[in-house]
Design a protein around this ligand. Structure first.
Ligand SMILES: Cc1cc2nc3c(=O)[nH]c(=O)nc-3n(C[C@H](O)[C@H](O)[C@H](O)COP(=O)(O)O)c2cc1C
Ligand code: SF4
Length: 509
């Protein structure tokens, strides 16, 4: 029977992919894959034809009889026919390295993984040995995709050089930033890629055990990743002798309990150790004294999942892509009020304006774009005049912003930026771990102050108080939750000052 690929990614499932698969099952061999990341076209199905795959979408179960009658199984014409997936403009413009296999392979088939280039990176790392592996990661210019953009190779070298018989690899898959879903998509669509990246890290720094800390709101990712771990053990990718290297490495998945701060690396370690997720003072760095007091590499899931391609293609190939000190590709996640939302992996350097208008197609509401928040709840709001900013760690920092985990959340002209500022403070108050005063108390006072401004109470005096409070939080907080929440607040105030000077009712709050 003809093979038809139907995604089982959470986004596609939410839009009825299981019903589509069931409707197709009597007529074709249905293969479940991850998502290609074109969410407005989900469920996007692909039919295998002699001239390659042909995509259709968005497909509902009710469309299936009509599609079959139109010759779906031969790639026949229909209003939902999209043509070759790789020729859809949203995909054609991308440089897919980390997500090269996502939406194409069967997530739990190691044979399919290998047939699409999987395991080449680990084999290369085994041949190179630990020092040259770390050197390759260093030379590639790969920086952490979790938010801080710290050079991955330096982190690995510090852990490798730290004295200690026991070391750990910890993967941060807490993915708490607004508008982000790259970790989830990868874990659901190409889980062996993350396993391979963690195994490379383990062999490179001398760690025999790894942990993945996954957010509890990701039931599909959790289940797929656990199943992938079992397959990886069966295939010898994990276990006492990783792919015949003579070195042991295994991975355990742990699930968080829904705290944003547990994405902060030291709070995550506390949580993994079974304690309340509270931030640790640094030093010591996790690379010296991390999980259970042992030297620990803690990296984001996308950072680790990018390592196999870096090893397989070589540092030079990876380093050749990008802008300035931001090398390689970034899986950018387009979300919020946007017409074409989804995952867009591209070399650093694409501008915010290109992302929002050309690639994202503007707002879903059809109204003008007013603001874009990049980098999650701690990221700045960018107004249209700053849309020429290229996606690059330094370029964003120069504009008092951050690219964080690559989340881009779009707002149209109905947004009230004073209420967004209030929300930032409210979020911080709800998620603060409570360890330091500027964040614990400051966020509550900050919310109250913005509320007074919104209500038109002593606006000038309260604006000055808000600025002062933001300064204290920025420079006095122990971690980046309290330290960065001033960025969305101050950017809202700086770029949209008019929203702070029109009193309105607070009833809805
Ligand atoms: C409040 C807060 C939340 C964070 N949440 C995440 C997260 O969900 N995922 C993540 O990878 N990094 C998160 N980080 C960044 C981590 O502390 C750390 O920098 C990252 O896991 C290191 O991995 P990388 O070098 O690969 O980016 C967060 C940081 C802070 C301050
Ligand atoms: S800034 Fe907030 S989250 Fe971070 S340590 Fe202080 S209280 Fe905890």
């Amino acid at each position: 029977m003809t093979r038809v690929f139907v995604p089982c990614d959470a986004a596609a499932l939410a839009l009825g992919a299981d019903a589509v698969a069931a409707a197709l099952a009597p007529h074709a061999t249905v293969i479940r894959t991850g998502s290609r990341g074109l969410f407005w076209l989900e469920p996007m199905i692909e039919v295998e034809t002699p001239s390659g795959r042909i995509a259709y979408g968005p497909v509902t179960a009710a469309d299936v009889p009509c599609l079959l009658a139109a010759g779906l199984l031969d790639g026949g014409a229909h209003k939902l026919r999209l043509g070759r997936p790789e020729e859809i403009p949203f995909l054609a413009r991308q440089t897919r390295l980390t997500f090269a296999r996502c939406g194409i392979v069967e997530p739990l088939s190691i044979a399919d993984y290998e047939a699409h280039g999987g395991l080449a990176g680990l084999r290369r790392a085994i041949a190179l040995g630990p020092a040259a592996t770390i050197e390759t990661v260093l030379a590639s210019g790969l920086r952490g995709r979790g938010g801080a953009g710290f050079p991955t190779g330096i982190k690995w070298k510090t852990t490798a050089d730290a004295p200690g018989a026991r070391k750990y690899i910890v993967c941060n898959a807490d993915e708490g930033d607004s508008g982000t879903f790259a970790d989830r998509m990868l874990m659901e669509g190409d889980p062996f890629c993350l396993i391979e990246g963690m195994a490379i890290a383990g062999l490179a720094v001398g760690a025999a055990k790894g942990y993945v800390y996954t957010r509890s709101e990701y039931p599909h990712a959790i289940a797929t990743f656990d199943a992938a771990l079992a397959e990886a053990r069966k295939a010898g990718l994990l276990g006492p002798d990783v792919l015949g290297s003579g070195q042991a490495f295994d991975i355990e998945q742990r699930v968080g309990a829904g705290a944003y701060v547990c994405g902060e690396e030291t709070a995550l370690l506390e949580s993994l150790e079974g304690r309340r997720g509270q931030v640790r003072a640094k030093p010591p760095l996790p690379a010296h004294q991390g999980l259970f007091g042992c030297p620990t590499v803690i990296n984001n899931a996308i950072t680790l999942a990018t390592v196999p391609v870096v090893l397989a293609d070589g540092a030079e190939a990876y380093q050749a892509i990008g802008l300035g000190r931001s090398r390689g590709t970034m899986p950018i996640q387009l979300a919020g009020n946007i017409r074409f939302g989804g995952l867009f992996e591209a070399g650093f350097g694409v501008t915010l304006g290109e992302l929002v208008h050309e690639i994202g197609g503007g707002t879903l509401s059809g109204r003008p774009v007013r603001a874009v928040q990049v980098g999650g709840p701690l990221g700045a709001y960018f107004p249209a005049p700053l849309f020429d900013t290229p996606f690059d760690y330094e370029a964003f920092a120069a504009k008092d912003g951050l690219i964080g985990h690559g989340g881009v959340v779009v707002f149209d002209d109905t947004v009230d930026m004073a209420r967004q500022a209030r929300f930032a403070m409210e979020f911080c108050a709800a998620e603060s771990c409570g360890k330091c005063t500027p964040c614990r108390i400051g966020s509550v006072r900050g919310r109250e102050t913005v509320e007074k401004i919104i209500a038109g109470v002593q606006v000038d005096a309260n604006l000055e108080l808000l600025r002062d409070l933001c300064h204290t939080m920025k420079f006095g907080s122990l971690c980046a939750l309290g330290g960065f929440i001033p960025y969305p607040v101050m950017s809202a105030l700086e770029h949209f000052p008019e929203d702070f000077r029109r009193p309105r009712a607070m009833a809805a709050e």
